[in-house]
Every structure is written in structure tokens, then in C-alpha cells.
Design a protein around this ligand. Structure first.
Ligand SMILES: [Zn+2]
Length: 198
């Protein structure tokens, strides 16, 4: 598929599409996960600047549990094959070691370097439309003006089957897969495109 060839993509970008959530979306949706998946009794959110690394702390961007488990909100791009803009951002949480966390939250944010600074990180959300994604490994790259970028790792064993999320995150998802992933997150727009064929 060449860029701009799929009329459904053009329709989503220009006119938008009615969605099962009751809204009309124009362009890509920022799919945002509000907290790590496995923290049901998270305390009320505090301002980021109140961050404490002992006990429990929760804010828009940071999560600390029992002073032992550290998670940070990251952006993970889901590239869409053959379409532009080229990626749908997923806002997710990643757990990191304490030392990494302290560097990621330091102000000023680490500057981009070549090669870029990166920290081992583990996805701690369950993204609908995929086999369970909780615990997939990757790396968090600090960004100067935005949350860290989460890039999932390829399998250590190249013979092992790649997780579907890792594969689509690295190689791109089709437009139909994007609609499936949106639908699994409560944003079903597939009906809006039923009459529009590529
Ligand atoms: Zn929606």
C-alpha cells in the first residue's frame, strides 16, 4: 500500500469517523493507560513535583509502590504501515529499576545523545487486541520535552515467535489492525468504514 492510497485513512484524517464511545474522532486517537495494570489500590494522584520514592506515590507520570517498584509513563509508537502520520501513540506505563527511575525523573531531563541513553524497562499494561502484553521487555529512552519513549525489545531467541505487539510496534500494523486495537480499547470505528473500501 502506498502512502495516502487507502481512502479510509484519508476519511479518518479529514472527515473523521463516528465511534462506539459516542464521539467523532478526526485523526489518530491517543490511547492512554491511566496507571500500571497491576495496581488496583493505587492512591489518589498527586502532583508530579511531590514525587517521593519511599512508600506509595502516584501521579500523572510516576508510580512508586512500597518504595520498591518504580514505574513511569512512556509513549510507545504503533506505526501504521503505509500511512502518514506514521504512528499512533500509545501512552503506557513501564516499570524500571530504582536507579533508572531516578535518572529518568531527574531535572533537567537527560539530553539526547548519540548513541541515546536507554534504560531497561518492562511494559506494565494490558493492551487489548493483543495476547497479554503485561511484562514485555524493552527500553525507555529519555526525551528532553516529553515522556520517555518506550521501545519493545526483539526476542533474545530469533527462532522464537515474536509477540504480536512487538512485531507491530517494530514493523507496523495495518489500518485494519489499528481499527481492531482501537475497538479493543472501547473505540470501535469499524462500522464507519464499512462502506469505504480501499
Ligand atoms: Zn472513541
Amino acid at each position: 500500500m502506498e502512502t495516502g492510497v487507502d481512502p479510509r485513512w484519508k476519511q479518518l484524517m479529514e472527515q473523521g469517523a463516528y465511534c462506539s464511545c459516542g464521539q467523532r474522532h478526526v485523526g489518530l486517537i491517543d490511547l492512554a493507560f491511566l496507571q500500571p495494570a497491576d495496581w488496583k489500590d493505587a492512591p489518589a494522584k498527586e502532583p508530579n513535583e511531590n514525587l517521593r520514592t519511599d512508600g506509595d506515590f502516584f501521579s500523572e507520570e510516576f508510580a512508586v509502590r512500597q518504595g520498591k517498584y518504580f514505574a513511569i509513563r512512556c509513549v510507545m509508537p504503533l506505526p501504521i504501515a503505509g500511512c502518514s502520520p506514521p504512528a499512533s501513540p500509545l501512552v503506557v506505563w513501564a516499570s524500571v529499576e530504582k536507579e533508572s527511575f531516578e535518572k529518568l525523573v531527574a531535572e533537567p531531563r537527560p539530553q539526547l545523545k548519540n548513541p541515546p541513553v536507554q534504560f531497561p524497562a518492562r511494559l506494565v499494561n494490558r493492551i487489548g487486541g493483543y495476547p497479554d502484553t503485561l511484562g514485555l521487555m524493552g527500553a525507555a529512552f529519555p526525551m528532553p520535552d516529553s515522556p520517555p519513549l518506550l521501545v519493545l525489545a526483539k526476542n533474545a531467541d530469533p527462532e522464537a515467535p515474536m509477540h504480536q505487539l512487538v512485531q507491530e510496534h517494530r514493523d507496523g500494523a495495518s489500518f485494519d489492525r489499528l481499527l481492531e486495537v482501537y475497538a479493543a480499547q472501547g473505540h470501535d470505528m469499524r462500522g464507519a468504514f464499512a462502506g469505504t473500501k480501499q
